[in-house]
Design a protein around this ligand. Structure first.
Ligand SMILES: [Zn+2]
Length: 89
């Protein structure tokens, strides 16, 4: 993952993301280990943070809030309704 990471203290790194939709900035913190894996080793975010939800991971990658994604692209509920609606023989 690419990010402008700065050192907060000896074992903590931080980076900032801006929401694509509302422009609001969110700060994230990484431990030394997370920083090493995510930024240096370029591991997948779901491998480094297996407990995070999809929306939280997306926010860490892009900074975009879940509610802003929905405003931009529509909700996943709409999508599943669309799939079910295909079966109309
Ligand atoms: Zn937003």
């Amino acid at each position: 993952m690419r990010a402008n990471v700065y050192l907060i203290n000896e074992n903590v790194y931080g980076f900032t993301r801006s929401c694509m939709h509302c422009g609001e900035e969110t700060d994230f913190c990484l431990s030394q280990d997370e920083y090493q894996r995510l930024i240096i080793n370029n591991e997948y975010i779901q491998d480094v943070f297996p407990l995070l939800g999809k929306e939280e991971r997306e926010m860490m990658i892009s900074g975009t809030h879940p509610k802003c994604w929905i405003e931009m692209f529509g909700s996943e509920d709409d999508y599943s309704e669309y799939e079910e609606g295909e079966n109309n023989e």
